[in-house]
Design a protein. Structure first.
Length: 140
């Protein structure tokens, strides 16, 4: 039997995943990070993107987080994010429209926009679309 750890992925609204896992990978501020049971404790800032969880049965599940914090303890991994959803529940049309709107706002120098907020919205939409694409590749 493979070693496992408790994994909790929590959004501001709900607990998206809670269970045992063999492995977790996520996109941290400084690059991709992989976590196995008994990993050294650490606290990382996450970037918008996918989180992959290999469950106790060895099956891979994919989630999307809008950023947040990853806390690692030897037997417990917790992700706290404003937005966290199962990758299969992402709305591709809404993400594509959000990307288009953000790109349009950034191109239009005449409007009075918050560039940092608009860039963050663009990065989040791109990360959602990337997660949807990787989920499709995984299914094939």
């Amino acid at each position: 039997m493979a070693m496992t750890m408790q994994v909790d992925i929590v959004s501001a609204e709900e607990n998206v995943f809670s269970g045992t896992a063999q492995y977790l990978s996520a996109r941290a501020a400084n690059g991709e990070v992989g976590i196995l049971p008994r990993h050294a404790p650490m606290l990382l800032q996450l970037q918008p993107g996918e989180v992959r969880v290999t469950n106790e049965a060895g099956e891979q599940e994919m989630y999307y987080v809008s950023g947040g914090v990853l806390e690692v303890q030897p037997h417990i991994v917790t992700i706290l994010s404003d937005t966290a959803v199962r990758a299969a529940d992402l709305d591709e049309a809404a993400a594509a429209e959000a990307k288009r709107r953000a790109e349009e706002a950034l191109k239009d120098q005449k409007t009075d926009i918050d560039f940092a907020k608009t860039q963050a919205e663009l990065l989040e939409a791109i990360a959602q679309l990337r997660t949807i694409r990787r989920l499709r590749e995984q299914i094939r």
